[in-house]
Structures are given as C-alpha cells and as structure tokens.
Design a protein around this ligand. Structure first.
Ligand code: SPV
Ligand code: MG
Length: 556
C-alpha cells in the first residue's frame, strides 16, 4: 500500500474528502504520536469523537463485555460487525477494529475485511494467536499462530481491501506468550514484509521495559502501535520521544461506565428513590443531544407533510347557570356532574378525541372549582357584569386558529370533525332539526340562524350554506337551524374575529356583547360565515331537565 499511496491514481482521491481509511492511515503514518480511544457501541463512539479524539479503537474486550459475554469470540463476528456498523454511523472519525485472530483462517479474514470496508470501518488489527482467542491478560502460556500462516492472513487482508488506504495492523503477542524480544522482532519483520501497515506490539508487564527494548531494535521500520493498559504509569512523553506512531487507550470508557453504573444502581437500590442521584448524572436532554434529536426535528420539517396545527379551543365556562338552582350554588354549570364526571370533562374528552389538546377554559363563577389537568384556565373576573364576548376576549391570544365553544354543550364527535374538516375561514354548526328539539323558538334563549339555503336531506346534496342572520328573535319563517354553540375561526377568519373584538372594545361595547353580537358584527363587515348543518346529536345544559337528557345522551 505504501507504494500505491504514491501512485498518481490516488492523487485524484485525495482531492475529494478523505475516506475514513485514509484518515486512519494518516494517523498511523503521521510524524506525531497519535491516540486512539476505546469505544464499544454507537454512544461511546460519539462520546470519544466529541472529546476530540481523531480515531477510535473498537476493542474486542469491551464490545464483548458490553454485550455481556467473554472476550473469547463468544460474540460471533457478524454480531460484532452489526455493532461496528452502529459505531461507524455514529462517528465520522476512523475506527480501527480489534479483529482478534481474524475469526478463523485467511478466508475468514478476507470475508471480514470485505464486510468491514462496506460498513465504513477504516482498518483491522489481527493478532497472531489461535481461534478462539483468549484475552492477552489471561494466563501466561498463550499459543502463538504459525508465522507463515499469519502472514497469509495479512496478505489475504491486503488483497481484499477495496479502499487503498484500509489499514491492516499486525499485532504481535510474543511478549504475551513469554517468547521474548527476538521472537517479537522476527515476527515484526515477517508481518511488515507481508504488507502490514503497522505493527502493534503488546505487553502485559507493569513496566514498559520490553516495549522500549522492542522500539529500540525495531527502529520504526514500520509504524508501531502500543497499548499501555498495564504499564499505564509510563509518561506519554516516553512514547513521543520513541516516536511511537499510535497509543491505544484500550478499555477505559467501558471501565469508567462500569464504575458509574455500579454506583448509580447501588444508590438507587439502597434509597429506593432518585432524589439523591438526579443531579449527579447526565440529563435526559443530554441523551437526546447525543442521539442527535435536533437533526431529526429539522428533517421532519423538510420531509414530513405539514399537518396544520389544530386550532386552540376556547371554552366559555364563566356562567353559573342560575336556572339550575341549587345544583349550581357552589359550582358553575360546566362542572355539573354527569355520570360521575364534570360536564367539562366530557366536553374536553370529545375535543381531545378529535386531536384538539390546546384547551383554554374561561372561568368566572366559582372559578376555583374549574380545574382539570388537561386545560389551561383564564379568568373573567367581571363575568357577572359582562357577556361572552368579554370572556372570549380574555382568552384570545394574538395569533392562531381557534374553536369557540360554549361550556355547557355536548355533541357527538362527528360534528366537531366536520367543523374541523371544512376549509372556510369561519364556520359554525347549526342544527337543522331545531324544531324536533323544541318546536317553540322562544322556549329559551336560542341562537337561531337563517342561511343562504335550507338543510337538504338529498342523497348527494351536501352543498354549502352561508349565514345570513343569527339571533334569538328571528321570524319563524326565516329560521333554518339553531347554532349549537360551536364555531371555528381559521386564518383570515380568526384575524377578523380579533379585529371585531378590538372594535367592540374601542366602542366600549365589548363588556355587554354576546357571541351573537360578534357574528352580526362580522356579517356587517362583509365577512362570510359558513354553516355546517347537523341533525340533532347535541344538547346544552340550561336546566335540570337538560341534565337528565345529558345523562341519557352520554349513556347511549
Ligand atoms: C482489546 O481491547 O480487546 C484488546 C487489548 O485486544 S487487550 O485487552 O489489552 O488485549
Ligand atoms: Mg482484544
């Protein structure tokens, strides 16, 4: 490879952004002593990169341990490969994989190199022991591979690699097997000759003597990598002075995480509480940050269809409901109990079922009793001397689509769904069967409507109607329906609603105005109001009889 690197064919490649293999190759061959830090999964790979390391050691020991198995080829090589793919996807710095003994013979090495290259791994380190491998720190009479056989593996790896910079590191275990420096040097020469891009000389001594002796005799005939796990006290300057190519910190993230996980598990087990630990650990936000959730949120904006934000619901629930007598002595009528739940909860449940979760309730009478976990509340403290428009004005924020709903109505879900699905800017639901509810238009204050067309039960007839007049005093022949207390204001419609409220405020008519006054003001200003006809399936609660109807309505 070193000769290939100089060939002109590679020049072009170097102009493009370097491959991970190329990055690793530059580390191994640079003049400076470089460092690879251990990682064993996607998360630790990210952490290593964020800490500023320019390369990662994918340790066999720690990947195995993190999988809960021994460093004895208990995890199959494809299981390791899967793990490496996560690591490679998680980090842009190059990964040198601890390929143990190559997972078999030269043929297994070829297959591994092919697959590692496909998954963006920059290089493999293979050690001259036998499959299944044993960790170098276990026992003291480990058997070494035959030199020629191992050289065959190195050649097979070099012949298989697709990226010309893919790095094949030959790891010498002669010191681990107590076979001395001559064996180590002999092997280093053979492996170098076979095409290894670097030599990893391993030792399990507490002192660096055998490594230093090797470095002295080897004289950097190829880049040398060391793993000072046991001789950790040796100052890094020693390695710089000896022009060691690369130092691997081989297992320290896993060991640190074992300590951290043990401590936290023991504390939580002991205290059966999180109180003492919460501030000592990474936050959930940190986890999201490491996982890159911000990027996903951006991508969602680019690639997911934009669903319109559901409107905010404003429920006008300030009034007591005096016709309910004692029933509303201490609570407003929106909190009347129906089948074990406040009316308001039935109402908010139907909103939530249709995807409306931003719900504001305007409170007034007995306001402290209006409190559900799913709602925001706003108070109209002048509710006794003001009307619905004032309550609405209290809740209306600057922008956004809104649904306005009386706090004493109940309706079937499909009515709301229809209101939500209509494209018009202002739409209200009117009951075409108002006479079936009660033939007397004056039996109570009813919001009667006159529209551009009457309701038709025609088989294919669902043409739209617009509002012409609304109020309690419509002449009988004009009445085409009854507003059920549910209206939606979108886009320009919601802007017009806000403007109307501001106009009422400026003419000091806001306090006394009702929703009917608002609709009439909108009509007067030329605003189109769309009407969706419904046929029953709703009620409002004004008196004890309505309450009984509400119970059977909710039961059915
Ligand atoms: C590893 O990290 O898995 C290694 C280095 O191979 S050692 O554990 O020192 O053998
Ligand atoms: Mg290993």
């Amino acid at each position: 490879m070193k000769t290939e690197k100089k060939s002109s064919g590679l020049k072009e490649k170097t102009l493009r952004s370097p491959t991970k293999a190329q990055l690793l190759y530059s580390l191994l061959t640079s003049e400076k002593t470089e460092f690879l830090m251990e990682a064993h999964n996607g998360l630790s790979a990210k952490i290593v990169q964020e800490a500023g390391f320019r390369g990662i050691w994918a340790s066999g020991l720690t990947i195995s341990a993190a999988l809960g198995v021994r460093d004895s080829n208990e995890a199959s090589w494809t299981q390791v490969l899967e793990n490496l793919e996560f690591m490679s996807d998680a980090a842009s710095v190059p990964i040198l994989v601890d390929g143990d003994t190559g997972y078999g013979n030269f043929n297994n090495v070829r297959r591994a190199v092919q697959k590692l290259g496909q998954r963006g791994i920059a290089g493999i380190c293979i050690e001259d022991k036998l499959f299944p491998k044993t960790n170098s720190f276990i026992g003291d009479r480990q058997q070494l591979a035959d030199i020629d056989e191992f050289c065959g593996k190195i050649k097979a790896a070099k012949d298989t690699q697709v990226d010309p910079y893919f790095c094949v590191v030959a790891r010498i275990e002669a010191f681990i097997a107590n076979q001395g420096i001559d064996e180590a040097l002999n092997r280093a020469a053979a492996y170098n000759e076979a095409g290894a891009d670097a030599i990893l000389i391993h030792s399990k001594q507490q002192y660096p003597d055998e490594i230093i002796a090797f470095l002295k005799d080897w004289k950097n005939r190829s880049p040398v990598i060391i793993v000072p796990t046991t001789y950790f006290n040796t100052p890094t300057k020693t390695w710089r002075d000896a022009r060691v190519s690369t130092v691997i910190w081989a297992n320290h993230n896993l060991r640190a995480s074992i300590t951290a996980m043990k401590t936290i598990s023991e504390k939580i087990a002991l205290h059966q509480s999180l109180e003492k630990v919460e501030n000592t650990i990474a936050t959930v936000k940190d986890v999201f940050e490491l996982a890159g959730n911000a990027e996903l949120a951006e991508a969602e904006k680019r690639y997911l269809p934009v669903k319109p934000k559901p409107p905010e619901a404003i429920i006008l629930g300030a009034s007591r409901g005096s016709d309910l007598g004692n029933l509303t002595r201490n609570i407003p009528k929106c909190m009347l109990n129906i089948l074990g739940k406040p009316l308001l909860r039935h109402l908010t449940n139907s909103l939530i079922a249709s995807g409306i979760t931003d719900i504001t309730v305007v409170r007034g009478y007995a306001k402290s009793r209006v409190n559900l976990p799913t709602i925001k509340t706003i108070d109209n403290d002048e509710f006794e001397d003001s009307g619905e428009a004032k309550s609405l004005a209290c809740a209306l924020n600057e922008t956004g689509d809104c649904l306005v709903i009386y706090g004493d109505v109940l309706f079937r879900k499909y009515i709301l769904d229809r209101i939500l699905s209509v494209a018009e800017d202002i739409v209200l639901a009117a009951d075409a069967l108002w006479q079936q509810r009660d033939p007397n238009p004056k039996s109570r204050t009813r919001d009667l409507v006159c529209c551009s067309r009457i309701f038709s039960s025609g088989y294919l007839d669902d043409g739209s109607a617009t509002l012409l007049e609304i109020g309690p005093d419509l002449e009988l022949e004009k009445i085409m329906g009854e507003w059920i207390g549910l209206a939606r204001f979108n886009g320009d419609g919601s802007a017009a609603l806000r403007q109307t409220i501001e106009e009422l405020r400026s003419t000091e008519m806001l306090d006394q105005a009702s929703m009917i006054d608002i609709f009439n003001a909108l009509l007067k200003s030329g605003q189109k109001i769309h009407v969706v006809y419904t046929t029953g399936h709703w009620l409002d609660v004004d008196n004890p009889e309505d309450l009984a109807h509400a119970q059977s309505f909710l039961k059915s």
